[in-house]
Write a protein that binds this ligand. Structure first.
Ligand SMILES: *[C@@H]1O[C@H](CO)[C@@H](O)[C@H](O)[C@H]1NC(C)=O
Ligand SMILES: *[C@@H]1O[C@H](CO)[C@@H](O)[C@H](O)[C@H]1NC(C)=O
Ligand SMILES: *[C@@H]1O[C@H](CO)[C@@H](O)[C@H](O)[C@H]1NC(C)=O
Length: 436
């Protein structure tokens, strides 16, 4: 054999090896080895210290994690502390496969069953919630990272406060992923948090920056399977302030144009991004390789911080996502690429509360409803969030104080804590005219 053919043979063997490697190892798994930031989520800005809530010691970081099998980051315990979630998880299995979680996570399920999430064959909810009851009209799913305890606390104190939300047709749930290995304390912590508030859903994919797409598709899935009768799904990040009273007002006021807009089952409402150039710089945290996305520009898409979906869009996007190749930029994939594929159109949102508007509002130079907004921009500060919520609450409660049912002082002070549902829609209907 001469030198030339030996060379050719070697090249051939190498090529085969590369092809085999590429086909055996799915691309997200390759990425997974590079990025091991365990605290990452869409909202990574200013995480703040965790103080008041009981918390586990610092968990081991991603770099030291053992080489676990893909998709099996956490085995559901047979004796979880929260019996609600355990019964729900096993119910899921009883309904679909009749196998306990520990067995099921070893046998791959057929595609199309509810046990896969995109390319994850053994998807389960480690913490789950009961399905929506029929009065829920809007499901708000807040993307959070496991360790964003303070952000969840702030949201529960402000715009998702139960004493308010439970009187409205809204429901708020936080979505998290799995804690890595060596983070049992965090898992227990989440169990306690959920026991206290009953508002967490946890998927068994690892909570990581490059896994955000799983979380987003999990949101679509959960809505589809447990809340499909609702009028809207809202997806927000945990550092956004959502003006829930404004949404309640839109729902309760038939003559507002927003009321009919929000009834469109094909709605996809957000602050649309156009002509966004794909980041290729090696220094960028957002760097996307040509293999991940080959074009120069992204299609029109909705930034993930705040998106309002109608139920038909959710169904279409979920079905398309289940068949789609994994791409870690979740908002681009779901509201851009898959939306285009399923002919789902974006409705641009008119008003957003920008930083300067927050400033003006808190200085008394602007009115809460002029213009009315549903969401603030990213990364609102906790004190700003508190202040805006207080303004929104005052707005709801002012008409109450003059309402005949609240003429006695004791009743009026009571109303500051719990707002009767009958009054809310009434307040919503009068607030724009009576209060300006
Ligand atoms: C556990 O389940 C039982 C029956 O399903 C229920 O009565 C009880 O309140 C639950 N306990 C907790 C801590 O959720
Ligand atoms: C909801 O608001 C009430 C009254 O402002 C407050 O006492 C309560 O702690 C809040 N709930 C949560 C979960 O923070
Ligand atoms: C994403 O989740 C999968 C499944 O749990 C896991 O194997 C992978 O390592 C995760 N990716 C990152 C970047 O952590």
């Amino acid at each position: 054999m001469d030198k030339r053919s030996l060379c050719l043979l070697l090249i051939c063997i190498n090529l085969c090896l590369v092809i085999w490697l590429v086909s055996v190892q799915q691309s997200p798994m390759l990425e997974a080895e590079i990025i091991t930031d365990s605290s990452g989520s869409g909202s990574s800005s200013g995480s703040g210290s965790i103080s008041s809530t009981p918390q586990p010691p610092n968990s081991a970081n991603g770099l030291r994690r053992s080489r676990s099998k893909p998709n099996q980051i956490y085995q559901p315990s047979r004796t979880p502390s929260n019996n609600d979630s355990s019964s729900l998880v096993s119910n899921t299995f009883d309904n679909h496969l009749g196998t306990p979680p520990s067995l099921a996570s070893q046998t791959p399920s057929p595609p199309g069953s509810s046990m896969h999430l995109m390319d994850l064959p053994n998807f389960v909810y480690l913490i789950d919630q009961p399905a929506c009851d029929k009065d829920v009209r809007v499901l708000i799913l807040v993307h959070s990272a496991v360790k964003n305890v303070e952000k969840r606390r702030l949201i529960r104190e402000t715009w998702a406060n139960r004493s308010y939300i439970d009187q409205t047709p809204l429901r708020v749930i936080f979505l998290v992923g799995g804690v890595g290995p060596n983070s049992e304390e965090w898992q227990q912590f989440l169990g306690r948090e959920n026991h206290m508030h009953g508002d967490l859903i946890q998927g068994n994919f690892r909570d990581a920056y490059r896994n955000m797409t799983y979380k987003h598709v999990m949101a679509l899935k959960w809505f589809n399977e447990k809340c499909e009768h609702a009028q809207l799904l809202v997806k927000v990040d945990d550092d956004v302030f959502m003006n829930t009273p404004q949404l309640v007002k839109y729902l309760a006021t038939p003559d507002l144009p927003e009321n009919s807009m929000l009834q469109d089952p094909d709605l996809m409402l957000c602050r649309v991004v156009r002509h966004s150039r794909v980041k290729r710089s090696y220094r960028s945290k957002w760097r996307v390789t040509y293999k991940e996305y080959p074009h120069r520009f992204y299609p029109e898409y909705c930034p993930g911080m705040a998106i309002v979906y109608g139920p038909d869009v959710v169904r279409r996007l979920y079905e398309a996502a289940q068949k789609s190749k994994y791409f870690w930029v979740d908002d681009v994939l779901i509201t851009g690429i898959l939306a285009e594929e399923t002919a789902s159109k974006i409705t641009p949102m008119k008003y957003y509360l920008e930083s300067k508007d927050v400033y003006n509002l808190l200085n008394g130079d602007a009115d809460l409803e002029d213009p009315p907004f549903l969401f603030t921009n990213h990364a609102i500060k906790p004190d700003e969030s508190m202040a805006i919520w207080q303004m929104a609450l005052d707005r709801i409660q002012r008409p109450l104080l003059t309402h005949p049912a609240y003429s006695s002082p004791s009743a009026a002070s009571k109303s500051a804590q719990i707002v009767p549902s009958a009054i809310i829609s009434e307040a919503a209907q009068t607030s724009s005219t009576a209060l300006s």
